[in-house]
Design a binder for this molecule. Structure first.
Ligand code: 5GP
Ligand code: ZN
Length: 113
């Protein structure tokens, strides 16, 4: 599988990993858009929200829960932060492995797109 995020999850290519458990892994974005920019992914290769199955809902819920824990660890929880999931070409998704961005550490723009 030549998916870059699967390769980070399996340790085949290096990533600045800040969290991992049996289902989820989080690492720093290689091209950060904010002082704190983490990527949270399921280990399971789900290409995008569009390919989510009903049985994946708990897993995606856990991604949110892990992100809120990481927001605390990164010191942005009280100040505010943004979680976002891009889906498909017009949604701005470049890497075809479901992932959530955690952005924080500066005042983020009001614009969503
Ligand atoms: P997308 O546009 O698909 O929602 O976001 C993909 C994100 O993955 C981008 O913010 C990009 O900087 C990040 N990214 C792409 N390749 C790598 C990589 O090899 N390592 C890490 N840590 N981040 C990556
Ligand atoms: Zn993958």
């Amino acid at each position: 599988m030549d998916c870059i995020f699967c390769q980070i999850a399996s340790g085949k290519i290096p990533g600045d990993i800040v969290y991992q458990d049996k289902e989820i892994i989080a690492f720093r974005d290689i091209n950060p858009q904010a002082p704190r920019h983490l990527i949270i992914i399921p280990r399971k290769h789900i290409p995008s929200l569009d390919q989510m199955k009903e049985g994946d809902a708990a897993l995606v819920g856990r991604m949110v829960a892990v992100a809120t824990k990481l927001a605390k660890d990164e010191g942005v929880a009280g100040k505010g932060y943004r979680l976002s999931i891009n889906c498909g070409k017009e949604g701005g998704q470049l890497v075809p492995h479901l992932h959530m961005h955690l952005l924080g550490g500066r005042q983020l723009s009001d614009a969503l797109g």
